[in-house]
Ligand binder design. Structure first.
Ligand code: FES
Length: 122
């Protein structure tokens, strides 16, 4: 039988903490939902980053997290929908679009286009 880990997830928007037990061969998001946690998600297959969390303590394995750059994985972000626990864990949900902006913001942020004309005082 797979080893089970205790995963504590702080949902920042709801100010709610969930503590769930997740076997090493189960995705954290699904196991947490089965134990009553209400967490952000969208695609459920590692592509959209809606389910991203910051890992405060512990380790995950997320080989299918294609939506997350190696850089952000190294910085301790994980996609719960495709993450397996590798130890007990403490994580917290991201701020809205945090991971998306960290990955793409620097490209879209360059050469900002301003619409409209500057308003001049008389
Ligand atoms: S729900 Fe889309 S990456 Fe997890």
């Amino acid at each position: 039988m797979a080893c089970t880990h205790t995963v504590t997830i702080y949902h920042r928007d709801l100010h709610q903490t969930y503590t769930v037990e997740v076997p090493e061969d189960r995705y954290i998001l699904q196991a947490a939902e089965n134990q009553g946690a209400s967490l952000p998600f969208s695609c459920r297959n590692g592509a959209c980053t809606t389910c991203a969390v910051r890992i405060l303590e512990g380790e995950v394995d997320q080989p299918e997290a294609m939506g997350l750059s190696p850089d952000l994985r190294r910085q301790g972000y994980a996609l719960l929908c495709v993450s397996y626990p590798r130890s007990d864990l403490r994580v917290e949900t991201q701020d809205e679009d945090e991971v998306y902006e960290l990955q793409f913001g620097r490209y879209f942020g360059k050469g900002k286009v301003r619409f409209g004309l500057p308003i001049e005082d008389d």
